[in-house]
Ligand binder design. Structure first.
Ligand code: IYR
Length: 227
């Protein structure tokens, strides 16, 4: 039981206590955090080395603490490690990606991603030990009643952001992959009607010889406007 419960119009509230951190310690933590985040990259070449399932579950739980509209947490994280399912997902994704790269993507789009040197081949969907397939839920079923969710895209996006940050902090590599269209994920994973695929995140260790494009981030002064 939580102590210190106060009722506001009959609804339970508890005190919010901040972790006491001195200004010096805060500066140090902020610099450390930036250093850590600067080393996060999208990885497309994974090692087959297994990852402790408990670590992934912890990161998923951390992701689930992200704020969401009316605290509805409108998402399902499907954690896929079964090689047979990963193979099915790879084959279906490559089929869509082949169509995209050869017919659907505009010249401008293809030009924009050329520095990444990606193509329709997606071996990482089999080599990464885990695929986290995130589904967003426009609504929920409670018994027979349909219950609305709010700010669904924002909520699931925030949870995915938390997840990527968590995975990086524990030393794992990940990729935000969006084969398009990705309805094949609903049928392969047999998801219910209220769920739509949002993001496919392969997770694991980077292959020892993995390369990533030498991209540059924008200068922070070009991203922030102070008032
Ligand atoms: N979905 C494709 C293409 C692609 C699109 C964007 I925007 C990227 O930043 C990277 C790739 C693929 O995953 O290859």
């Amino acid at each position: 039981m939580t102590e210190d419960v106060t009722l506001l119009n009959g609804f339970p509230f508890i005190p919010y206590r901040m972790r006491p951190i001195s200004p010096d310690e805060m500066s140090r933590l902020a610099e450390e955090l930036l250093k850590t985040f600067r080393t996060r990259r999208s990885v497309r070449e994974f090692s087959r080395e297994p990852v402790d399932r408990a670590v992934i579950m912890n990161c998923l739980e951390a992701a689930s603490t992200a704020p969401s509209g009316a605290n509805k947490q409108p998402y399902t994280f499907c954690l896929v490690s079964d090689p047979h399912l990963k193979k099915q997902i790879r084959e279906a994704a490559e089929k869509e990606e082949y169509e995209s790269y050869t017919k659907r993507m505009s010249d401008e789009w293809l030009d924009d991603i050329r520095p990444l040197q990606t193509d329709w081949h997606k071996p990482f969907l089999e080599t990464a030990p885990y695929l986290i397939v995130v589904f967003k839920k426009a609504f929920d079923f409670t018994g027979k009643a349909k219950k609305n969710n709010y700010y669904v895209t924002e909520s699931v996006g925030l949870a995915c952001g938390f997840l990527l940050a968590a995975l990086h902090q524990v030393g794992l590599a990940a990729l935000t992959h969006t084969p398009s269209p990705m309805n094949f994920l609903s049928s392969i994973l047999q998801r219910p009607e209220n769920e739509r695929p949002f993001l496919l995140i392969p997770v694991g260790y980077a292959a020892p010889d993995a390369l990533v494009p030498d991209i540059k981030r924008k200068e922070i002064r070009d991203l922030v406007v102070e008032y």
